[in-house]
Design a protein around this ligand. Sequence first.
Ligand code: DGL
Length: 273
Amino acid sequence: MSRSPRILVFDSGAGGLSVVHALRKQLPDADLIYAADTAGFPYGKWAEVLLVRRILRVMRDLLELVKPDCVVIGCNTASTLALDVLREEFQVPFVGTVPAIKPAAAQTKTGVIGVLATPGTVRREYTRTLIHTYAFHCKVMLHGAPRLAELAEIKLAGGAVDPDELLAEISPVFRKKGGAPADVVVLGCTHYPLLLDEMQQVAPWPVTWIDPAPAIARRTSSILADVEKTRADAVDVAQDTVILTSQGQATDIVPAGFAGAGFDKLRIVDIPL
Ligand code: DGL
């Protein structure tokens, strides 16, 4: 008998929640399990070789624990680096999240697009190739924001985000450089849609912000349509569990941001750095 698809959503922190919202809409019957490599956060600051090793290590343990039908890498920093390696290494289908440069280049009227991402994603060959392939005719303001993902974590933990610091993090994509202004800004890190209201308030002028989450949810849905879900695996991780790799969690209370996204059980797994 067929059962609900089981999806593992993976990110370094809470950023993948922006993808979760779209997945819950697109696939309301799916069992979602969320894993955050909180011990490794932020991924944007890691050296590439070490980060690939870390992601493979964490994914091996997670797949054994969760046995998902599909993994959504809700993280640009991980996807632009490790998607191919993950697909080579493991059997399960992976859906990645990469900066939405193609739709941005198609939508801009001024011919200038902003790309906000982590310093890691900005350095990636993958990102450069996306720009050369799809936005060669545009001026691209590519910016690696040093602390924006951390600001999103602060907001999700109930803290206040300083508007001046937020503006400093995003302002490099709003430079005019004597030319036309950017009218489309790619949210190239899954944490950033979680700060969309705040960014809209401090942005020097209005732009279209592109969040790839709905496209990722559609892609996941089409992949799952081809996946056999007839296994009756005994798994000891229930749906709506959030798995964290950090030992810093003193209680078994689900952190507020995850609870607000429908995750009501917490599991801490020890995967030291
Ligand atoms: N949410 C992740 C992304 O989409 C990155 C955050 C981090 O630096 O760990 O790129």
